[in-house]
Design a protein around this ligand. Sequence first.
Ligand code: ZN
Length: 235
Amino acid sequence: MNLSFHRGDPDETVLENYHRFCDAAGFAFDSLIASAQDHHTEIRRVTKADCGIGIWRPRDRESVDGLLTDQPGVTLVTYYADCVPLYFLDPVHRAIGLAHAGWRGTVAGMGMKMAEAMERAFGSKPEELLAAIGPSIGPCCYEVDQPVAEAFAAKMDWRPENFIKNGGNGKYMLNLWEANRRALLCAGLLPERISIAELCTQCHADLLYSHRASGGKRGGLAAFFALKEASACQN
Ligand SMILES: [Zn+2]
């Protein structure tokens, strides 16, 4: 199901897809808040007052690649079609973050910036965060040109030898999962608290939207992330 409003489907069709997905997965349609992604690293803290933005209310900002909240019942939504979804959970302060990281966001340190933003907003300690790196283009398929490879090679403290391979002819294979994992380790996250889905969008273009596999003729995947409302059985 296409969950992007900007890929050629009528808005009412995309909204119907949101309703169907929310019903199936247990999210409240009214609770959704979408990003406004432009491959930068702006992060926005949202609350219930922001619900609907980018879905059933107009966008009110130009550049939001990361969302965070500590309010249960607020569903963060971000978009993908090869780029990397980064999920963050602080189980101590009960807060979440969700960030979009393509190669530009990854090399600009989106993961580290989200960890810092959660610390500022909620007092989250990096070593207490759980992080997940979601489905996105894998090291099997992600070929890049020299300028992109050089931008990552300059991140010496991320140990780029672990995620860039020279393929010859000025082409390089880039492992965005490992680059993001290394960035999160540098931010102070613990290796045992970082999960990688290891699901490549281009290899699984029958199930997932892949910008590269489709040559740009595609819909949009969305990541959803919310804290549950406290249940009665906790009392
Ligand atoms: Zn692949």
